[in-house]
Design a protein around this ligand. Structure first.
Ligand SMILES: [Zn+2]
Length: 221
């Protein structure tokens, strides 16, 4: 049995950080489709080249190509016991395609981080990043000692374009339209666990860790 842990949640929910911590705590390799994509392209693998032809033509890389990359990675021995999927699936057709390619014995568990839009917007649009060292402050929750200056190196703090209300708001609305319907899809399949992501990161992590594979709490069944 391979344990497949899927973590999803809106941009700004802290998914990346939680995925890295969970991967370490549960000893599951962190398989990020974004990273796989970059690796395959950098190494010039047949799949990387295939993906590139679609991108050169200004087209989206088909889900099948992404899935080929994914299963190429998860066929490696370190994923035999399980892995944590990050960045995939993002749409219902992707979830359907993934489900078809998983083995019947694979145990899928989906963790859904719930954070309201206004909290996400406040978190992200308040971010100020240091131009020199990339250290991140927040105007309300982690303000710098000197206005506009990084605490670590004194560099200039700026708002990244990705962190503006306009750009971030767009990403959030794409998420709500395309990815959030997965809640219903996985919910009906009976393997979705909702976790309140609007709390301190350590508290959220502890709950994610405990709920990752609920049937394994208190020993193996
Ligand atoms: Zn700095």
């Amino acid at each position: 049995m391979t344990r497949v842990l899927i973590l999803f949640g809106p941009p700004g929910a802290g998914k990346g950080t939680q995925a890295s911590r969970l991967s370490a705590a549960l000893a599951l390799p962190h398989v990020s489709t974004g990273d796989l994509f970059r690796e395959n392209r950098a190494k010039g693998t047949p799949l990387g080249k295939k993906a590139q032809t679609f991108m050169d033509a200004g087209q989206l890389v088909p889900d099948d190509v992404v899935l080929d990359m994914l299963f190429d990675r998860t066929s490696k021995s370190d994923c035999r016991e399980g892995y944590l999927l990050d960045g995939f699936p993002r749409t219902i057709p992707q979830a359907e395609a993934l489900s078809k390619r998983l083995a019947a014995t694979d145990r899928v568990s989906v963790l859904n981080l719930i954070v309201p839009d206004d909290v996400l917007l406040e978190r992200i649009t308040g971010r100020r990043s240091c131009k020199a060292c990339s250290n991140v402050h927040h105007v309300r929750t982690a303000p710098p000692k000197a206005p506009g200056r990084c605490d670590k190196c004194g560099g200039e703090l700026v708002q990244r374009t990705d962190d503006t209300t306009e750009v971030f708001g767009k990403r959030l609305s794409v998420y709500r339209q395309q990815t959030q319907p997965l809640e219903g899809w996985y919910g009906r399949a009976g393997n979705l666990v909702n976790v309140d992501g609007n709390r301190a990161p350590d508290v959220v992590f502890e709950e994610l860790r405990q709920k990752a594979f609920p049937e394994q709490r208190g020993g193996r069944v």
